[in-house]
Design a protein around this ligand. Sequence first.
Ligand code: PLP
Length: 358
Amino acid sequence: AYNFNAGPAAMPLSALQKAQAELLDFNGTGMSIMEHSHRGKDYEAVHNQAIALLKELMAIPENYEVLFVQGGASLQFAMVPMNFLPAGKQAGYVMTGAWSEKAFAEAEKLGAAYIAATAKEGNYRRIPALKEIKAQQDTAYLHITSNNTIFGTEWHAFPDTGEIPLIADMSSDILSHPFDVSKFALIYAGAQKNLGPSGVTVVIIRREFLEQANKNLPAMLKYATFAKDNSLYNTPPTFSIYMVKLMLEWVKEQGGVTAIHRRNQEKAALLYEVIDASNGFYVGHAQPEARSLMNVTFRLADEALEKKFLEEVKKEGFVGLNGHRSVGGCRASMYNAVPYEACKALRDKMLAFQKENA
Ligand code: PLP
């Protein structure tokens, strides 16, 4: 299958094969990694290797913690304001799509939150210019969504927020390009697109920022609980974390994040070039300067042909190309593990379909 699912999404074949080979007998222990105690040395090594690999690949500075949390990025929408939005302060949100809206809605339930900039007009085709972002007084943090999975837009430069802590939902583009982690107070990402399978959410948090968190919360809703016990306060999703480790090893084998980024640029260019050269047969949703390397969103100008295109690609083994209902049309999600060959096959299909039907 050519897997263009938006998430859970394609995993590297070699990581899946490794998991298959080790499934019944992990490291000669005579049992599966998922049968190991999370307190045992075999699992603990996997856990710590996953953290160390992520730190290495993303060049995460020493003063940051890497945490494994459950509840998806959706729980982060609530945990962030619970921990970092005290009474008397307010949180700024930059609205770039449906996931920003969900994050903002949770913050509003828990404290004072405001919209610092929005790209809603025109159905989230762009990323606000940095100068459009207006931080208000007593801002506890500014929240952005670095890649907008549904609309196919991505931040290509991050705002400099000075004293104001910057927080990002990087669920759909973490590890897809190099960037300076030290600009952020907190980064979170559900694993199921670029890091591994669903079931675990990675949080990268600056220690000095963590110290300011609300201490009066249930244990499982406090980042401090996860930081204090190396994300082993309770039973973590051990098998998901094991798969994350395998996927991170694969990223390293590919040459790390810089090499992955180059390939992601090549993959995305295949489709954007077809869209741009199609004389309006294919119409991209995102403005060119805001285009995502992860999710390519487009329509066919002719609605009947769009239906035909989606039916044909499905029959030919392409998976997950239907757009999200709020945008419609087509979406090709091309996360790190989606092979160049799959993107090339889709490019060829788009060219052939236009030739036959234009
Ligand atoms: N944020 C972004 C950018 C997403 O793409 C998604 C899911 O696709 C979410 C948050 C929600 O993640 P989860 O399903 O892990 O709660």
